[in-house]
Design a protein around this ligand. Structure first.
Ligand SMILES: Nc1ncnc2c1ncn2[C@@H]1O[C@H](COP(=O)(O)OP(=O)(O)O)[C@@H](O)[C@H]1O
Ligand SMILES: [Mg+2]
Length: 509
């Protein structure tokens, strides 16, 4: 007999319906799976057989052919175990056929018939939105899938459980979405800016960076608190909208990074790739394309600590995502696109030993070593970073200060106001923040008065700034003015923005 079952496969961060046909004919016992399956699916034969037997069903004798269609989509992973098992049970007359076509089945099977969680629950549920199909999901993934309105998600835990449900013996109620997750409430971040003592300049720069969505690099000796500051940056960026949350969750979901039994991600991601990371792990790719760190950081922060230690080709790979806000991965028969809008935060020491700018410790690096170290980060990457700051060692006086600094929430409120001003300004320009202004938009929105122009001219000629930082200073000045709620950029704003160009001042070389 022939049975037809629906399942789904993820391609990038989208999902497509997959039809699984199971045909059982008389002949020598044999199982054949066709339709571009990967190794994990071929192994599914043995898992399904054991799971069926251990769930007290009969494993049919004869020749079983399983076809996964459409066959031009490469299918990977063990999430087809459950639909294949259901197909075999239906084709051998052990499960009721009548309403099989209304359901989409997802789930890996353990040998004892238990259903294990899968990857990509949210994109799969979203792809079913207008299909009138109901979703059978491992209970660990059901909360994530149930967020999608208009798709009924039934949480299941064993093969026996599913078959009794289909046969009308057990009833399972569809899971209702976690409403709290869909509300706009502010999510709590564990780390708070008030933990950082002193470092007022650095904190101010972080606030500006967050307000204008500017990328930022911190230079300072070890232990000065660079990592500490970076970790707290997500907490001062305004909360994610539901759309942003869904998009970020989809990316984490296809990588299997959503904690079990939890629903969507509501706090901005913070990713810290190690400096030994490969370009694929950073940017994404692979034979079945998977998102990289730049996409896992989508709508959040990507922190590259010890920037000069990263491989050069890895840093080169950051260009496209920084420029376009997405990564494209092309394969012979497919092309996928992973969104990658993130704030880039980099940290580095001023020299290989780290103590060049430290007044207390002596630096033992030769000028040659320092030159070589600094040159590793020059060029295209630095070109995408608007704000450079020095983070000096914390003073004992500041560290021992018992009064706590400003809370993240207070800073976030100011940032939100500045971002709202930008949203209104750019409503017809398809961008949302000052950092994204093109050459033309900078000319339109960053008009300078006479004193500001003079100041900038002096900076460019006398401090040895290159022409390429001209627009960056203007963009940052715009953000500083927005934080103050000022319509026009004044010389105060420009002079502060000039301060945030440490690396252009060639101070170390
Ligand atoms: N401004 C600060 N306020 C409070 N603690 C600090 C500060 N700066 C550094 N520390 C302490 O020093 C530790 C090391 O800081 P870290 O952020 O790792 O420095 P870096 O990344 O610059 O090497 C932190 O975990 C924290 O305990
Ligand atoms: Mg550090």
């Amino acid at each position: 007999m022939l049975a037809k079952i629906f399942s789904a496969a993820t391609i990038g961060i989208e999902a497509k319906l997959i039809e699984i046909e199971v045909d059982i004919t008389r002949g020598l016992p044999n199982v054949v799976i066709v339709g571009l399956p990967d190794i994990a699916i071929r192994e599914s034969r043995d898992r399904v057989k054991a799971a069926i037997k251990n769930s007290r069903f009969e494993y049919p004798s004869g020749k079983i052919i399983i076809n996964l269609a459409p066959c031009d989509i490469k299918k990977e992973g063990p999430s087809f175990d459950l639909p294949i098992a259901i197909g075999i049970l239906a084709a051998s007359g052990q499960i009721n056929f009548d309403n099989l076509k209304d359901f989409v089945f997802m789930g890996e099977l353990a040998l004892n018939g238990k259903i294990r969680p899968i990857k990509g629950a949210l994109p799969i549920a979203m792809s079913l939105k207008n299909s009138h199909k109901k979703l059978i999901m491992p209970e660990e993934n059901a909360p994530e899938a149930s967020i999608v309105e208009g798709v009924k998600t039934y949480p299941v835990n064993t093969l026996g459980n599913v078959s009794r449900f289909l046969n009308g013996v057990d009833s399972i109620a569809p899971l209702s979405p976690d409403k709290e997750m869909l509300s706009e409430k502010i999510q709590n971040y564990e780390l708070d800016f008030s933990d950082v003592k002193g470092q007022f300049l650095a904190k101010r720069a972080m606030e500006i960076a967050s307000a204008g969505n500017h990328n930022i690099i911190m230079i300072g000796p070890p232990g000065s608190g660079k990592t500490m500051l970076a970790k707290r940056l997500p907490s001062i960026i305004p909360e994610m909208t539901i759309e942003e949350s869904l998009e970020t969750t989809k990316i984490h979901s296809v990588c299997g990074l959503i904690p079990l039994k939890s629903s969507i991600i509501r706090t901005r991601p913070y990713r810290t790739p190690h400096h030994t990371a490969s370009d694929i792990s950073l940017v994404g790719g692979g034979s079945v394309p998977k998102p990289g760190e730049v996409s896992l950081a989508h709508n959040g922060v990507l922190f590259m600590d010890e920037l000069p230690e990263f491989h050069r080709n890895v840093l080169e790979g950051l260009r496209q995502p920084l420029e376009d806000g997405y990564v494209t991965v092309s394969r012979i028969n497919s092309m996928v696109r992973f969104p990658s809008k993130f704030m880039l935060v980099c940290a580095m020491n001023p020299c290989p030993c780290g103590y060049l700018t430290d007044p207390k410790k002596e630096c033992h690096c030769t000028p040659n070593q320092i030159q070589k170290y600094m040159s590793k980060v020059s060029g295209p990457l630095l070109d995408r970073i608007d704000i450079h700051i020095e983070v000096p060692s914390v003073k004992y006086k500041d560290l021992s200060d018992e009064t706590s600094g400003e809370k993240s929430e207070t800073i976030r409120d100011r940032v939100k106001k500045a971002r709202d001003i930008q949203l209104a300004r750019f409503k017809d320009d398809k961008i949302f923040a000052n950092s994204q202004m093109t050459y033309r938009l900078v000319r339109k929105y960053c008009k300078l008065d006479e004193p500001s122009r003079d100041l900038l001219k002096t900076a460019l000629t006398e401090l040895g700034f290159s022409a390429r930082c001209y627009d960056k200073i203007l963009r940052v000045s715009r953000t500083i003015a927005d934080l103050e709620g000022k319509e026009n950029i004044s010389s105060d704003h420009v002079s502060e923005a000039i301060q945030y160009r440490s690396l252009d001042r060639n101070m170390w070389m």
